[in-house]
Design a protein around this ligand. Structure first.
Ligand SMILES: NCc1[nH]cc(CCC(=O)O)c1CC(=O)O
Length: 310
């Protein structure tokens, strides 16, 4: 067993909460091991004034941490699984995927509370294409305003930018103890989450058997399998740019893996929805099969138009 583990993390409040959470779990499990945190700045943290969809490129919030891991400056990195690209750099693997706090998306609207209650043309802040498309699908009249920055910045913008509502992940709000701001958790028939939303990913070196073994107890196998299917779906559906996709995988009571997904045009007018159920042992194949099926049933046209528009 290692004497010391260095955890790399971004410096945002949410990232620090997540890294400290993992550090606390490790300290409790291995009281004799020194657990250190190392703060790092990623490209995604540096560029705050450009909509994420426009920066493009994968791994905006992970790359600098991965470089540090490969050079053994840090032993593991804690990320929101949602922010991790589907293909990891050579030599790095997902050592563990934690149980999800909550996969859902929340509406925060102090005045109107729910989506149905928002007045015509209400201004809603989000910088996620996925949330934008699903909001517009349900409410084509809404005006969607770009909203970037850390969770605290975004909450402040609700007031400073005169927005009627903003949308954020339930998980992030809960972790920071800000869930009392939530006025509605959107049902999944209106808004499907992002791939991996709500789960933490522990990334480590593939050849670092000691660290991998020490992290294993943090892995929640049903969540790992469900998100494996979600990530396989994304890898198959995505042509290299951010696209409006929602997907949620879950092990049901019979132990079967079910996956619900939607592919939408950015304006929310076109939508392809589908569901698949299968054996968790086939998680990756299930995700891939669903993506192919949805691409064949209208998804490809939606994506083609998206690329044309770029
Ligand atoms: N895109 C940033 C990000 N990455 C992870 C979370 C929340 C926590 C999670 O989904 O696990 C958030 C904030 C948000 O989307 O509102």
């Amino acid at each position: 067993m290692k004497q010391k583990l260095v955890i790399g993390t971004r410096g945002s409040k949410l990232a620090l909460w997540q890294a400290n959470y993992v550090a606390a779990c490790l300290r409790e499990r291995y009281p004799e091991v020194v657990i250190e945190l190392k703060n790092m700045v990623t490209t995604g943290d540096r560029i705050l004034d450009v909509p994420l969809a426009k920066i493009g490129g994968k791994g905006l919030f992970t790359k600098e941490l991965e470089v540090a891991m490969l050079s053994s400056e840090i032993d593991l990195a804690v990320h929101s699984l949602k922010d991790m690209p589907t293909d990891l750099p050579e030599g790095l693997i997902l050592a563990a995927v934690t149980d999800r706090v909550d996969p859902g998306d929340a509406l925060i609207s102090p005045e109107y509370k729910t989506l149905a209650n928002l007045p015509v043309n209400a201004k809603v802040g989000t910088s996620s294409l996925r949330r934008k498309a699903q909001l517009l699908h349900a409410r084509p009249d809404l005006t969607i305003v770009d909203l970037r920055g850390n969770l605290d910045t975004r909450l402040k913008k609700l007031t400073t930018e005169n927005l009627d509502a903003i949308m954020l992940a339930v998980a992030g709000l809960k972790r920071l103890g800000w869930d009392e701001h939530i006025t509605q958790v959107l049902p999944q028939d209106i808004c499907l989450p992002a791939v991996g939303q709500g789960a933490l990913a522990l990334e480590a070196r593939e050849n670092d058997a000691e660290t991998l073994a020490m992290l294993e107890f943090l892995n929640h196998e049903p969540t790992r399998l469900a998100t494996l299917a979600e990530r396989a779906f994304l890898a198959e559906a995505e042509g290299g740019c951010q696209i409006p996709i929602g997907v949620y995988g879950q092990l049901n009571q019979q132990g079967q893996l079910s996956l619900n997904a939607v592919i939408m045009s950015p304006d929310g007018r076109e939508a392809v929805r589908d569901t698949i159920v299968g054996s968790p042992a086939e998680a990756a194949a299930i995700g891939q099969t669903l993506a192919v099926r949805m691409l064949d049933h209208g998804g490809r046209e939606i994506l083609a138009k998206l690329f044309e528009a770029k």
